[in-house]
Design a protein around this ligand. Structure first.
Ligand SMILES: *Cc1c(COP(=O)(O)O)cnc(C)c1O
Length: 378
């Protein structure tokens, strides 16, 4: 059976976790958390990175830090994971969904401005499949309307837009290290903070509302309750696991990109015949091979292909029931404008196996089975 996902594993994770135990520092903000934060700061160029317990939590922190309140509106795509919306809905804001571009499946930047009202406070673009949204346009709109930008870069580590790392454009960027992502710590994430003046508030929010981070650095002699807060820091055991993978980030990314290119090359004939569509990467975007997907003719064809591949021992999956059509989306959000592509494209997308140790032989086998299936499709 070829699984859809196999969590990344390099072999060094256990050694580092053992080291964390021997450090006698397994709570949050130990040596490995620091190493991960610094690694991400170096790699992305962000002013500050704080490891979190998930991308969901990083986004929640961003919603707090951007001071999103009851009655505010936040613009985001409906084609995304629930966490993008939850973070703002938890603050009492309304999710205002706009349509996606069918080529990248990212929010259509040209539709954002029309969705802005006097209640709009933020835009939350999602870099789907690690392919950048049109950040020049989005940042320009945000600037003109005085809106915060919170990037859901859950899938976007090691990817860039015009040479700049995803997650570093807006005030806040959020990474995920869930086991389905390119690098993992089981459950985990990171908050990227663009502006130095927001760092202290983020540290306090993440450390139960206290200035414990300052205390650890010796900047204050005792730590106290400074503001409302929660606990968003992961154990150093998990950070140790992640660090083993960040050290090999280039190698892991290159391995994934090689399989991605192979899929693309082997499936291009089917695309030329008009049977399927393949992902599109804009010239100014460098992606990270987070995902390889194809688009079938419609939902019915997709269901049959999933079944066919399952019989050939290949697991393929689809995702995102558009948020605006889900019970909570109806309650907490609204779709602005026409749903031209969100629903239609979400019904055609099919994700193929993609993980660090996927082999060239496996990709060849998978693409052969897809070609076999389409021999009999009109
Ligand atoms: C994975 C993912 C998340 C959630 O990440 P967690 O770390 O599991 O909280 C949020 N948004 C998108 C687009 C994702 O792919």
């Amino acid at each position: 059976m070829i699984n859809f996902n196999v969590p990344p594993y390099t072999g060094k994770e256990v050694e580092y976790m053992k080291e964390a135990i021997e450090n006698q520092k397994i709570c949050g903000d130990g040596p490995f958390t620091k190493k991960c934060n610094e690694w991400i700061e170096e790699e992305t160029g962000t002013a500050k990175c704080l490891l979190t317990t998930s991308c969901t939590h990083a986004t929640e922190m961003a919603a707090f830090l951007a001071d999103i309140k009851e009655g505010d509106e936040v613009i985001l795509p409906s084609y995304t994971f629930v966490s993008t919306a939850n973070a703002f809905v938890l603050r009492g804001a309304k999710a205002v969904f706009v349509d996606i571009r069918p080529d990248t499946m990212n929010i259509d930047e040209k539709l954002i401005e029309d969705a802005i009202t006097e209640r709009t406070r933020a835009i939350a673009p999602v870099h789907y499949a690690g392919v950048g949204c049109e950040m020049d346009e989005i940042m320009d709109i945000a600037k003109r309307h005085n809106l915060a930008v919170i990037e859901d870069a859950a899938q976007g580590i090691m990817a860039s837009y015009k040479g700049k790392a995803l997650g570093t454009f807006g005030e806040f960027g959020c990474f995920s290290f869930h086991e389905t992502k390119n690098f993992s710590m089981g459950e985990g994430g990171a908050l990227l903070i663009r502006d130095k003046e927001n760092i202290e508030a983020a540290e306090i929010l993440r450390e139960k509302g206290t200035d414990r981070s300052k205390y650890y650095r010796g900047q204050v002699d005792k730590y106290r309750w400074q503001n409302y807060g929660s606990s968003y820091l992961p154990s150093d055991l998990n950070a140790a696991y992640l660090y083993a993978q960040l050290e090999l980030a280039q190698e892991i990314t290159q391995a994934r990109l090689a399989r991605w290119e192979q899929y693309k090359e082997l499936l291009t004939p089917l695309e030329k015949e008009g049977k399927i569509e393949l992902p599109f990467i804009p010239e100014h975007c460098t992606h990270n091979a987070h995902m390889f997907y194809i688009k079938t003719k419609d939902m019915d064809e997709r269901s049959r292909l999933i079944e066919y591949l399952k019989k050939k021992e290949i697991l393929s999956v689809f995702h995102y029931i558009p948020l605006h059509s889900a019970p909570a989306g109806i309650k907490y959000g609204r779709f602005h404008g026409e749903d031209k592509y969100t629903t239609k494209e979400s019904e055609r997308i099919l994700r193929l196996p993609m993980f660090y140790k996927l082999t060239a032989d496996e990709v060849e086998y998978i693409t052969e089975q897809i070609k076999e299936f389409y021999k009999y499709e009109a």
